[in-house]
Design a binder for this molecule. Structure first.
Ligand code: HEC
Length: 104
């Protein structure tokens, strides 16, 4: 029985992360994509306008941040990025899960 529970956890946990990422994509497309590009590569026009270097969201530097750090950036903003006000709760978890899928 115990073994079964462990197996279930091993199978179900990654599946729920994948589901989160799938649900995070529309959130990303709506709230992040204009500036960060469809694959997280960064929108060159926005970068030029803000005079900032937009690092690829899949880069090792960004991916090295913890989920909480990423959430902080989204909720509180960071440098020239303004806080993204409408992303919170489950949408916040989901969009972070999606950002993880951009890893290069
Ligand atoms: C209006 C444009 C804009 C929107 C919308 C936006 N960002 Fe950003 N983001 C930026 C800019 C500009 C920076 C760079 C800030 C700086 O370095 O001064 C940045 C930085 C970041 C960073 C840090 C990258 C690094 O190099 O450390 C992360 C992570 C990030 N954004 C994620 C997101 C996510 C996720 C969303 C959507 C929920 C989002 N951003 C929405 C403009 C935006």
């Amino acid at each position: 029985m115990r073994l079964l529970a462990v197996c279930a956890a091993v199978i179900i946990l990654p599946m729920s992360a994948a589901a989160g990422a799938a649900e995070g994509k529309p959130v990303y497309d709506k709230s992040c994509r204009t500036c960060h590009g469809p694959e997280g590569q960064g929108n060159a026009v926005i970068a030029k306008m803000l005079k900032v270097e937009l690092r690829h969201l899949g880069s090792p530097e960004v991916q090295a941040k913890s989920d909480d750090e990423l959430k902080n950036i989204i909720v509180k903003g960071s440098g020239k990025m303004a806080p993204v006000a409408n992303v919170k709760g489950k949408a916040l978890d989901d969009v972070v899960a999606f950002v993880r899928t951009l890893k290069k």
